[in-house]
Design a binder for this molecule. Structure first.
Ligand code: AMP
Length: 218
């Protein structure tokens, strides 16, 4: 099964991807996590990417394309969940061609729908465990009582960066939804509610697609 999770920052794509990974044995390919890992490893790509994502900007298409394609290839072009890729129409077109070359088009693109007020609430109250990468929410999923130094707020979850990310999302990422809608593979998911409720909505779609051939036309 090959699916992509699409939607605004803070819509819960990462949380839902982790649940699908646990329950369906798919590989989670998050370009955001790959970039943060590269930064942590102090690679040239990671250090350059940090200057973009800390400010709420997108990392250049060509950089992210290479990382995403390498991760998909390493996974044998199948059984993956893309999270946060593609984020521009250019990336979407590249992805369509890349997967078509390998005869493995996406089965579905799940588009998470959430109001702007809910997005700001989720991002500003999000906290992350530095070692596990697990996401928490100060009200709905409070971080565990571990050493407080292990629970941090991402620099791009600061108010100024959140505003920038929403602006960038509207300008550069939202058109990707139209790209997939026109190709017939887009399924909207109401992303409001607790994570298990949202997961049930997603699972209904995933089950419908499991074992079926792609609904996405190149
Ligand atoms: P995420 O963890 O998905 O919220 O991604 C964190 C940041 O990494 C984003 O705000 C972007 O700056 C960068 N990033 C992740 N995926 C992409 C992508 N597909 N294209 C460009 N930038 C990306």
């Amino acid at each position: 099964m090959r699916i992509a999770l699409f939607g605004p920052p803070g819509a819960g794509k990462g949380t839902q991807a982790r649940l699908l990974v646990e329950r369906y044995g798919l590989r989670h390919i998050s370009t955001g996590e790959i970039l943060r890992a590269a930064t942590k490893a102090r690679t040239p790509v990671g250090l350059e990417a940090k200057t973009y994502y800390d400010a709420g900007h997108l990392v250049p298409d060509a950089v992210v394309r290479k990382l995403a394609e390498e991760a998909i290839a390493a996974q044998g072009y199948d059984d993956f969940i893309l999270d946060g890729y593609p984020r521009t129409v250019q990336q979407a077109a590249w992805l369509t061609s890349f997967l078509a070359v390998h005869g493995k088009p996406l089965d579905a693109v799940l588009s998470f729908v959430l109001s702007e007020a809910a997005i700001v609430d989720r991002l500003s109250k999000r906290r992350v465990h530095v070692e596990t990468g697990e996401n928490y929410h100060l009200d709905h999923k409070p971080p565990p009582g571990v050493d407080p130094a292990l629970i941090v707020q991402r620099p791009d979850d600061q108010p100024e960066a959140i505003r920038k990310r929403i602006q960038v999302y509207k300008a550069e990422t939202q058109p990707v939804e139209t790209y997939y809608r026109q190709r017939g593979g887009l399924v909207e998911i109401d992303a409001f509610g607790d994570f298990e409720t949202v997961y049930q909505r997603i699972e209904a779609v995933v089950k419908a697609h499991a074992g079926s051939s792609s609904v996405l036309k190149p």
